[in-house]
Design a protein around this ligand. Structure first.
Ligand code: GTR
Length: 332
């Protein structure tokens, strides 16, 4: 018994300094936990507003005991390395596009196939229903905890050269894609040349002609200032790629079950803030780039684009993912 007591005392001496931060000596004040969240979008961007709502709610539900610090604008890391660091517990949370996340959990590709959703309502029914929850839960096999989906609208092509009306117009164009095999395949299927590149490098690559174009939603086209150097935006809305906040499983496992639950609840509740901000920002961004003189055209024959990309449903997906796609399409 004495030995056990001694061991416990020794252990507490060793461990005490680690947990001492934020706890004044002699009081029973609970120790403060500080967790970091990385986002590659700037302050004021809808996802960052969502992150901040999440942080606020975590603070509220834990009576200030858990503090989530939001680091926007890729201050902590670019998107891919933020995911890697979350996997290793170096960063506690990150808000990312599920495109690069699918390199870590390929199942996610089933959620972001070209022209998969009939419209935004269909996507939200899927994401906020049982299917979406299954995919969030699937992240735990890979060292993550999937917390919530955020809106990211629909992505379209833009470039420095000319308006795109048909698939043939894209032929041979060098198009930057996210670091994702599916996105590479998508651009290849249209006869263009995919160039995977981190988001932060795209502006100068467009400016110097290393690439001819890229693809993204209105808010990113605006906030990245890509519209300044790539003036032709052609609305084909080839894909809706949701975004997700993931937590590090290593960080979450250090917390009590109650704390994990309050974090999950706060993340889910922050979705409403992001989605509302998204709707507003999308309109503002479109108006801003139009006013800045960008040449914007709508691609009338989206079916031509969809047909060119249809083989990806076979070539990029295994049987399991294909079965999920069928379930997603069946959601009414
Ligand atoms: C944006 C997304 C970013 C990043 C970027 C990209 O829509 O919010 O996280 O994935 O696209 O194209 O790299």
């Amino acid at each position: 018994m004495k030995k056990v007591l001694l061991a416990v005392m020794l252990l507490s001496l060793l461990v005490a300094p680690v947990f001492a931060a934020g706890q004044s000596e002699g009081t029973a004040a609970p120790k403060q936990v500080v967790l970091r969240l990385a986002d590659n979008q700037p302050l004021g961007y809808p996802t960052v507003l969502g992150d901040e709502a999440f942080a606020r709610l975590v603070g509220e539900y834990s009576n200030g005991r858990i503090k989530v610090e939001v680091y926007p604008q890729a201050q902590l890391a670019d998107e891919k390395s933020a995911i890697e660091q979350v996997q290793f517990g170096g960063i506690d949370f990150t808000r990312v596009s599920i495109s690069p996340l699918a390199s870590f959990q390929p199942l996610l590709n089933a959620l972001q196939m070209p022209y998969l959703y009939r419209d935004a309502d269909h996507m939200w029914k899927v994401l906020n229903g049982e299917i979406g929850q299954y995919f969030l839960d699937s992240m735990s096999d890979k060292g993550f905890v999937g917390l919530v989906y955020y809106d990211s609208g629909a992505r379209s092509f833009y470039n420095t050269k000319k308006p795109i009306y048909t698939v043939a117009d894209l032929k041979g164009m060098k198009i930057r894609v996210q670091e994702s095999a599916l996105m590479m395949g998508l651009v290849q299927a249209l006869g263009a040349v995919p160039t995977p590149m981190s988001y932060g490098d795209v502006y100068s690559a467009l400016q110097t002609g290393v690439i001819d174009g890229a693809e993204n939603n209105w808010p990113s086209y605006d906030s990245s200032s890509h519209y300044e150097v790539a003036k032709f935006y052609s609305i084909d809305q080839h894909t809706r790629v949701p975004e997700m906040i993931i937590a590090s499983k290593i960080s979450m496992d250090k917390l009590s079950a109650d704390d994990q639950a309050l974090i999950k609840k706060a993340a889910k509740e922050s979705q409403a803030v992001e989605v509302a901000a998204w709707a507003e920002y999308e309109k503002k961004s479109e108006a801003k780039v139009r006013a800045a003189g960008c040449q914007i055209n709508t691609i009338n024959d989206q079916a031509e684009f969809a047909a060119a990309m249809a083989p990806l449903y076979q070539s990029q997906l295994n049987a399991d993912q294909q079965a999920w796609v069928a379930k997603i399409k069946a959601v009414k």
